[in-house]
Design a binder for this molecule. Structure first.
Ligand SMILES: [Zn+2]
Length: 555
């Protein structure tokens, strides 16, 4: 403590919980902890008597050296667990979507009604993009550019539910052509998909409209909204997260702005972009340097986001036996050529690789890519390969053996157990979704995330520990491990254990939370779960959240 020369002694927090859970240990622990907000670390942890002796020794030492006594803030009682990590989050994309302020077209069944509805909305708006989502493509099949010209002379974009396609008006079509040409030059890439005279856009051209919408808004506003999202995460006990896709170049800038502004309190530990966006960033390095942001692009923090398939909601997740309601077997997203190109890029640039794969056939595609990635003599510990969602990994034994052999990390979402609503299309297969316990039988490399559906890690832990099937159900320590320490190990950070030298990311909660999480009840049918009430019942027990030893939320 020789370096301490301030008027006040150094501030330390002394946690005296009734009970603590640290994911590497089995069962409840009786420990006390001393955390230091200056170094951000846990200085001492262990048996309460040892911790108090250590504090006495520190006091005597300060006295002997004629220094100020440490200022001890005591936090008594409750349940103590490490801060949670959401290893699959979308804070920037969701903030971007709010900026779009989209109109929900899911209830509109005829073209005339849609145009009428949009015209009304256009009157309320003062220029800028008019955005509608969830176009019912099954019912409104022939929407064109000319129809949307009747809505407004400003920009109009109508997206289909999967965002595979959209329809735009004439003004937007012309601007999209120019924008896409410029984008291709900067990113040195050829965009995929179609941009047709009748106003229909597909694949990469759909993303170009996102780029245009966000580029028309203020990037500072996007950063501000995302920072609010971070605050909400902290209140939910999430102290770190992995952002599984910055969707646009504006989101990249907002990311770098916030990273610079927030320093070591910036919660995002890993960030992913599609190869297209990565290329565009490289092409904009001069601008990023001019903005003073280029040095915020940290080596080892970035990865590529790839897509093997789609989602159950839109019947686009790839499945080996057809959907029960007659919608085929899903569809690949990225082509093999795109996937292979991305692996080469990841290797050249030292990027992690995250591939979205949901259906069993989608997961097989991801595994094929991983095999190839392995055969390129890539050191598994340098370049990390992870499969996102990993929702229907069947046949589970075979798939998990390969995941383990290849050193793959998987990031399932326990809250996708709510996908029992898709028993209409999956039939009995819903019972094979999210087999967390079987996964952990083969590998430790299982990280939980929420995908923002809903954005509650405590709810994810609760669902994983109360899941209907034995193959899905974890005990509390296993669920906590997948929600804290494992992601830290993926990052190579000292975090996630309540021991000395680890980052002091800590949640103090009412012990009622322990009762709920450790109860032996089982959710028979996830469709019956009252989601927001369940989340509230969990999260209202959070009393204090510490980030790097600093109190960031208290109620
Ligand atoms: Zn996602």
């Amino acid at each position: 403590m020789a370096e301490n020369s301030s008027e006040q002694g150094r501030p330390l927090t002394h946690f005296q919980p009734e009970v603590a859970y640290s994911p590497e240990k089995k069962g409840p622990q009786t420990i006390e902890i001393v955390a230091d907000p200056v170094s951000g670390e846990i200085l001492k942890s262990g048996d309460p008597r040892d911790v108090r002796l250590w504090i006495e020794a520190e006091r005597s030492r300060a006295e002997a050296l004629e220094q100020k006594q440490p200022q001890l803030e005591v936090v008594r009682g409750g349940l103590l667990i490490p801060g949670l990590v959401d290893a699959h989050a979308h804070p920037f994309i969701y903030s971007g979507l709010k900026l779009h302020d989209p109109i929900d077209a899911s209830q509109v069944e005829t073209k005339e009604n849609l145009i009428e509805h949009l015209r009304e909305k256009a009157k309320e708006k003062e220029g800028g993009f008019l955005v509608a989502t969830d176009l019912q493509t099954g019912k409104i099949r022939d929407l064109t550019r000319e129809d949307l010209d009747r809505v407004s002379a400003e920009n109009v974009v109508v997206y289909d539910p999967s965002y595979h396609g959209c329809v735009v008006n004439t003004r937007t079509l012309n601007e999209a052509r120019k924008f896409s040409g410029d984008y291709e030059r900067v990113a040195r890439t050829k965009l995929r998909g179609e941009i047709l005279d009748d106003g229909h856009l597909t694949e990469d051209y759909v993303y170009m409209t996102w780029e245009m919408i966000e580029a028309a808004k203020s990037v500072e506003e996007l950063a501000r909204m995302t920072k609010e999202e971070f605050d909400r995460s902290l209140r939910r006990g999430v102290t770190s997260l992995h952002d599984l896709e910055l969707g646009t170049y504006n989101e990249v800038i907002a990311y770098l702005l916030l990273r610079k502004e927030m320093g070591d309190k910036f919660p995002v530990r890993r960030v992913f972009v599609q190869p297209r966006t990565y290329g565009y960033m490289q092409g904009q390095m001069d601008e990023l340097r001019r903005l003073g942001l280029a040095d915020q692009i940290a080596r080892g923090e970035w990865g590529l986001k790839l897509y093997a398939d789609g989602s159950f909601g839109t019947h686009t997740a790839m499945v080996s036996s057809p959907y029960a309601d007659g919608h085929g077997r899903g569809a690949p997203f990225f082509t093999d050529e795109q996937l292979n190109g991305a692996i080469r890029l990841a290797r050249e640039e030292g990027l992690d690789t995250a591939i979205h794969a949901i259906g069993d056939s989608g997961i097989q595609r991801a595994l094929r890519l991983a095999r190839q990635w392995r055969s390129m003599d890539v050191n598994a510990d340098d370049l990390k390969f992870r499969i996102e969602h990993f929702e229907l990994p069947t046949p589970t034994g075979e798939v998990m053996q390969e995941v383990s052999d290849l050193g793959i990390w998987v990031t399932p979402q326990p809250n996708f157990l709510l996908d029992y609503v898709y028993s209409d299309r999956l039939g009995e297969r819903v019972k094979m979704l999210c087999p967390h316990r079987e996964m952990l039988g083969y590998t430790d490399r299982v990280m939980f995330g929420t995908d923002g559906m809903p954005t509650s890690m405590l709810f994810a832990v609760w669902l994983a520990t109360h899941a209907p099937e034995k193959s899905q159900r974890l005990n509390f320590e296993q669920a906590l491990l997948a929600s804290s320490l494992t992601a830290a190990q993926y990052e190579g950070e000292n975090r996630g254990k309540l021991v000395e030298g680890q980052k002091a990311d800590i949640i103090v909660a009412d012990r009622k939370l322990e009762d709920i999480l450790l109860s032996s009840a089982v959710v028979e049918d996830p469709r019956e779960v009252p989601v927001s009430a369940a989340i509230d019942a969990l999260e209202k027990n959070i009393q204090k959240v510490y980030l790097r030893g600093e109190l960031v939320h208290s109620k």
